[in-house]
Write a protein of this length. Structure first.
Length: 187
């Protein structure tokens, strides 16, 4: 893993053509890349693939300049030297990968989305039941075994209430919708 510092300004100066920014599939996976390209005003051609296997293969084969994805899918390639981590898309460094700089450290703001995996229930679920399920899940996620399994995949369990997660979910959906409109995604 590299601690080499990058900056959007230096990247733009070195490039004579837009970089090829690889994306595994469509949907929410495109959002982080599009946010970085927009926030840093980078010249980039986003290339969408049908699945998670094609994008890293193109990067490691020298057919692409960059690739962004989840920690779980890219860290094995970084650890074995086939890919180089340039930055974690967050305001601060990620605790499980402290040697990799954050986008905030290199001056790119506006990409502060948190990756999340959630469990959803029917919209009409009673609040008491939702809170009990949430509490049971929090207990399960806090076990040593679960923490070890999460750390092996470079993930950290959250501890949000249903109400707080709903707030984040609604916020993220609005960010995605606004970005899709501004960048012409899906049109």
């Amino acid at each position: 893993m590299s601690n080499h510092r990058i900056s959007p300004a230096s990247w733009k100066k070195r490039r004579t053509a837009p970089c090829s920014w690889q994306q595994p599939g469509l949907a929410v996976r495109v959002i982080p890349s599009e946010l970085v390209i927009q926030a840093a005003d980078l010249p980039a051609d986003v290339v969408h693939f049908g699945g998670a296997g094609e994008a890293p293969t193109n990067l490691m084969g020298g057919h692409a300049d960059t690739y962004s994805s989840t920690m779980q899918s890219v860290v094995p390639h970084v650890n074995d030297g086939r890919a180089k981590a340039l930055a974690v898309l967050a305001p601060a460094r990620f605790a499980l990968l402290p040697d990799i700089q954050s986008s905030g450290e290199v001056g790119v703001s506006g990409v502060e989305l948190e990756g999340w995996v959630a469990i959803f229930a029917l919209g009409g679920m009673e609040e008491d039941l939702a809170n009990r399920v949430n509490a049971d899940l929090a207990v399960a996620m806090a076990t040593d075994r679960m923490q070890e399994q999460l750390a092996q995949t470079y993930a950290i369990a959250g501890s949000l209430s249903s109400a707080k997660f709903t707030e984040i979910y609604v916020r993220d959906l609005q960010i995605w919708q606004d970005l899709a409109t501004e960048r012409g995604i899906g049109q």
